[in-house]
Design a binder for this molecule. Structure first.
Ligand code: ADP
Length: 217
């Protein structure tokens, strides 16, 4: 989405003369108020202007880019997640690698028999174990995984913006999406309900570019 020349002119006028009424904006552009109505409504809806009754329009200081950020903050992980591939920690490294290929994923989550999140293994972990001359048929994947509590995760109600920040900060490809439960010993555990990866987030960006974003989100 790009602003038209007229919308950019309106933004400049409001920036420099705020608060300003639609009548005065129209005068400066030699246009009628009716002509400006749609532009002003759009710029207000995007949060670029704040419309104050009887005062006029104020510039919020927001750019179109912060609008995209706001949109990303409104999309929940739950609406962007995909299914997670998990194996038990006793699974051999060899079998886990086969699963990685068959399921066409880069990250596998490790879960207990109660489906609690125990860890995560990714391509680099497998490569490390292979060049380390380990017997990948005998060694369980639990030996090479990144283990809880060192696994970064998100909740379904977090935004995809929060997920993207975690992915960047931890320099990883994906995060398990979890729900908290309390186990028999009263300890908090995390059930894996999906994953959110760089691909899931990129999909939302592509959607943003090809579909009309839902501004009411
Ligand atoms: P790749 O191995 O394909 O480059 P990543 O960049 O995601 O994939 O993984 C790099 C390292 O980070 C690996 O050692 C992996 O175990 C670990 N890792 C992957 N995902 C997570 C996560 N959600 N939380 C913590 N560590 C992770």
């Amino acid at each position: 989405m790009e602003f038209s020349d007229r919308q950019n002119k309106i933004i400049e006028i409001v920036k420099n003369h705020q608060p300003i009424t639609s009548e005065n904006i129209a005068k400066k552009l030699n246009l009628t108020r009716a002509t400006l109505r749609t532009d002003l409504a759009l710029l207000t809806m995007l949060g670029i202007f704040v419309a104050k009754p009887k005062v006029g329009y104020l510039y919020s200081g927001k750019s179109l880019f912060s609008f995209i950020g706001d949109y990303m903050k409104k999309i929940k992980v739950n609406d962007a997640k995909s299914s997670a591939v998990s194996v038990m920690e006793e699974t051999s490294i060899y079998d886990a690698i086969v699963t990685l290929f068959l399921e066409d994923v880069g990250t596998i989550f490790i879960q207990s028999k109660d489906q609690f999140l125990l860890g995560v293994v990714s391509r680099k972990d497998f490569l490390k174990s292979a060049i380390g001359n380990q017997d990948i048929n005998k060694i369980p994947v639990g030996m090479i995984m990144t283990r809880m509590p060192n696994v970064a995760f998100v909740y379904p109600e977090d935004s995809i913006y929060d997920a993207a920040v975690k992915i960047i900060n931890h320099e990883i490809d994906s995060l398990p999406v979890v729900e908290e439960v309390v186990d028999e010993d009263g300890k908090v555990q995390y059930i894996i309900i999906g994953k959110i990866s760089k691909t899931n987030i990129t999909e939302k960006f592509v959607q943003f570019g090809t579909e009309k974003p839902d501004l009411k989100l």
